[in-house]
Write a protein that binds this ligand. Structure first.
Ligand code: GN1
Ligand code: MG
Length: 359
């Protein structure tokens, strides 16, 4: 790895490199600097099976972070306290390095003294993280979404996800379909209520914007006193609708259990966290969202949770080809968890809508 790092334009000298973080897709390392006044770095190997167009992806990240940097610099306090990722170029001035084995590597400045939560424990964390995601949407409000490469076509296109799921269920290469009949029929039962958002997106009734598309709560960095500071993991930045981002943050942050929880009786919705998250998000974005965008925010948590349930189940049926797994049934357990959480969100939809209206 030292050999890889050598190709980037770094300050100081490399002390050591350690594995870092818990993403499901890329491999991430922290590069510790031996020189006290030079920054640490975050080295990543990009998973080019998931992201075949690494050049397009890095171009997206450069465009979006440049735009964010400009908007943050011109913003009044406290919006100007946000920050964004800084891509470290290679010595040739490129945004990534391809090694002899064809692997893709990239480097960012490591943002020291900031942390993420895999699981929110306080309403303050929900409120503060929400504001950072809110600023992300707000600052990209004037960026022409059409300039971005669609790095994963139809990433949150539910109709398309359902077609892939049906293919996997009908042609079970792994022979696993008999083990998940209950979940397979649950998907068919729930689909219609959730396709609403997909249809409004495709008909243009909901505006296309620049969205992050992976707003898991652990993709926002907070300061030591828990103020939202920086949105990270920009791989999936693409054209989308606000419901993808609000919904995925709610999916991952507002449940009472993580997506790996196997005891489904623990999987439900924490309305106080939802209230705090909505308050933070809308404080920053209310005046840039349309009435139609606002009307479907309450449903968006269920929408994104359902998509994830469908994706985990598709991967289980396909023999675990996409997500990293740590036990043989990991994808099935995650699918059950996410389908249960979808049902919980749907059961509480009147409350969620009420909270959005009064935020
Ligand atoms: C993946 O990279 P990571 O772990 O933040 C996935 C997301 C899922 C998430 C589920 C490119 O995100 O869509 O919501 O796992 N990213 C991709 O934990 O598929
Ligand atoms: Mg990711």
């Amino acid at each position: 790895m030292i050999e890889v790092v050598r190709h980037f334009r770094l300050e100081g000298n490399i002390d050591r490199i350690e594995a870092f973080g818990g993403g499901h897709i890329n491999d991430t390392y922290r590069v510790f600097n031996g020189a006290a006044d030079s920054p640490d770095y975050l080295l990543q190997r990009v998973n080019d099976r998931v992201f075949p167009d690494v050049a397009g992806l890095m171009e997206n990240i450069a465009l979006v972070t440049d735009h964010l940097r400009g908007r943050i610099a011109r913003a009044p306090f406290p919006a100007n306290q946000q920050t964004t990722l800084f891509v470290v170029p290679t010595k040739d001035g490129a945004r990534f390095y391809r090694d002899q084995e064809g692997k893709y590597w990239r480097m960012f400045h490591f943002l020291s003294d900031l942390h993420v939560y895999d699981f929110i424990t306080t309403t303050r964390q929900a409120y503060e993280g929400a504001k950072s995601y809110g600023y992300f949407l707000r600052f990209l409000d004037d960026f022409p979404a059409g300039r971005l490469t669609e790095v994963i076509p139809g990433f949150h296109d539910l109709a398309r996800r359902l077609r892939a799921f049906q293919l996997a269920a009908n042609a079970p290469t792994s022979g696993r379909e008999p083990r998940c009949r209950t979940e397979v029929s649950l998907v068919s039962e729930l689909a219609e209520r959730l396709l609403v958002i997909d249809r409004l997106h495709k008909s243009g009734e909901i505006r296309q914007r620049v969205t992050h598309n992976d707003t898991k709560f652990n993709n926002v960095l907070l300061t030591p006193d828990d103020r939202g500071k920086c949105v990270i993991d920009l791989d999936t930045v693409m054209p989308g609708v606000v419901h993808f981002d609000f919904g995925d943050a709610v999916r991952s942050g507002i449940g009472t259990a993580g997506e790996d929880e196997a005891d489904l009786s623990l999987v439900t919705v924490d309305l106080e966290k939802f209230r705090a998250f909505s308050a933070g998000y809308l404080e920053v974005t209310r005046d840039v969202l349309s009435a139609t965008e606002l009307r479907y925010l309450g449903l968006s948590g269920a929408y994104m949770t359902f998509i994830m349930g469908v994706r985990f189940l598709t991967d289980f049926l396909s023999g675990d080809v996409y997500y990293k797994i740590s036990s043989p049934d990991h994808n099935l357990l995650r699918a059950r968890n996410q389908l249960r959480l979808t049902q919980e969100f749907l059961a509480r939809l009147p409350d969620l809508d009420g909270i959005i209206r009064s935020s």
